[in-house]
Design a protein around this ligand. Sequence first.
Ligand SMILES: [Zn+2]
Length: 315
Amino acid sequence: MNPKDEKVVMEKKSSLTSETPACLICGSESKIPFLTVPNRFSLSEQFTVVKCADCGLVYLSPRPSEDEIAVYYKDENYQPHQEQAKTLTERLYRFIRIFNNRYKRRLIEKLVPRGKILDYGCGTGEFLVEMRNSKWETYGFEPSEKAAEIAKSYDLNLLTQFADLDQKVDVITLWHVLEHIHSTEDLLEKITIKLAQNGFLILALPNRESYDARSYGRNWVAYDAPRHLYHFTPSDMENLLKQYNLKILSVHRLMFDAWYNCLLSAQLEYQQAGKRHMVTGILKAGVVAAISSIVSMLNARKSSSIIYIAVFINQ
Ligand SMILES: [Zn+2]
């Protein structure tokens, strides 16, 4: 970011007000401090992550309001929306994305061989292209104009709002999206309106109960304050989704996320400490990622990121 843009961003941030939400799952106002997490693109900014005293959900509070959060996505070259991969981690991210799209399609086709799919928060659209190539009827929604423009260049069917979808679909996917959403209840409500009976909601989310999350603590990159608002565990997701008649059928690991998360966490730890040599940090990242991967092979509920498959049963 050039210095002029940086100044504009800082001025906007200094005028922000914040909100302190109640617990998304149980509605409790009672919370205890859990971690103080840096904004990884502006380390002097620190945010408080709290734990619900009643149900244990971990979330960001206070947090920038829905209208104000946009400034934090302009802080940096936010990776999901980048056109050109410049650094090693960005190239790694691209490689992982191609591999993962194929893996996600295969998981879905075990449930529904062909049908209609909506990818909510489709980013630049590569996952939908993978599905379309496999003869799926595809729909996408993406709030970032920059990303949506790239998705449109693939000739994808992009909705300007969720309500524009005029039919029910067999599968709705939210890949690393739900943790960014302010109005989660509203979104889940809309999903259940657009999902066919016995249709599937499939989500990918970071997992604060993974080995790498525990190893890096406040420097774990997927705390990503203030962009990540919630830090769900598998039991949180069961408790949340059942309120919308969505039953989790299975959980799966996302194979490379531990490696990617550890590399970026090592970078953040290095920047925060300012002392440890980066080589030591990379070695540690390798060891932590390897252990995390082995643990997740034995138990997917301990993966760095988890894919949740839930079925919608309207009672
Ligand atoms: Zn709660």
